[in-house]
Design a protein around this ligand. Structure first.
Ligand code: GLP
Length: 257
């Protein structure tokens, strides 16, 4: 695990965007794993900027890490709409290169109208994992870090060999994500997430953490204790992880990484 500590969130976004662009240049058919949340917004802004007058994503594919169960892709608070607003609407990534799990499993339900909702959602997880495998698996994956160490929607206790599946969201995750919904109670209780095992198969991983709210989680990761109660610690087992933190997120890390 390589550590990069930068001064500001802007510098963090710059470093991460540079890495994405360099990898895209080296491999135009790159398969990117993409997160949502506040952390990657600056990265997406820079990618949009960089792709204003040149082609970056024409042959690439993206797979989002997660989605809320119950929200249609058209729902304003869905991760699908987040991606449209913040990246897809502004870059040359073809529609067929954009992949997200569907929290309503609409395509599965159209194909198999006889199956119930729960089974359709489980089949959607299988469909998504298979689509990723058909694309050749993840090349470069960007990850944010939850306060409780979650990566994607893999909450504490997630098995390190887990695959794409339905999960219950932790209360702290629903609180952290309440802004888009008005209140924590309005945040869906479940998500579809790539599993930790799926994420660990990514060729390279960039974990991003910014702000003092993440300082404790960053310090726990830097302590290098591998523990299923702290999902991000699974990354300690991966051969090519770069962690980029800003000064505030690195503040509680006493032993400099
Ligand atoms: C959310 C998302 C994750 C994201 C994380 C951190 O719940 N499902 O993919 O990385 O929490 O979010 P933020 O960057 O807003 O702190």
């Amino acid at each position: 695990m390589r550590w990069v500590v930068v001064e500001t969130p802007e510098a963090l976004a710059e470093r991460a965007a540079e890495r994405v662009l360099a990898d895209l240049e080296a491999r135009p058919t790159l398969v990117l794993g993409l997160p949502t949340g506040r952390t990657p917004l600056g990265v997406y802004r820079r990618l949009v900027e960089a792709c204003r007058d040149r082609s970056c994503f024409a042959r690439a594919q993206t797979f989002n890490l997660d989605e809320y169960v119950g929200l249609a892709p058209s729902h304003a608070a869905s991760y699908c709409q987040y991606m449209q607003r913040n990246l897809f609407d502004h870059v040359d990534l073809p529609e067929e290169g954009r992949h997200l799990p569907d929290g309503t499993a609409a395509a599965v339900r159209r194909l198999h109208p006889e199956v119930g909702r729960e089974r359709a959602l489980r089949l959607e997880c299988v469909r998504y994992e298979a689509a990723l495998a058909a694309a050749g698996g993840l090349g470069l994956t960007l990850l944010g870090l939850g306060h409780n160490g979650h990566i994607a929607f893999n909450e504490p206790g997630s098995p390190f060999d887990s695959r794409t599946r339905l999960v219950e969201l932790a209360d702290s995750t629903r609180e952290a994500n309440a802004d888009e919904f008005g209140s924590p109670e309005a945040v869906p209780r479940r998500g579809i997430t790539l599993g930790i095992g799926t994420l660990l198969e990514s060729r390279s991983i960039l974990l991003l953490a910014q702000g003092e709210g993440k300082a404790e989680a960053v310090a726990r990761l830097a302590s290098e204790q591998v523990d299923e109660d702290f999902p991000a610690s699974a990354l300690l087992r991966h051969p090519d992880v770069t962690v980029i933190v800003d000064r505030a997120a690195g503040a509680a890390t006493t032993t400099p990484p």
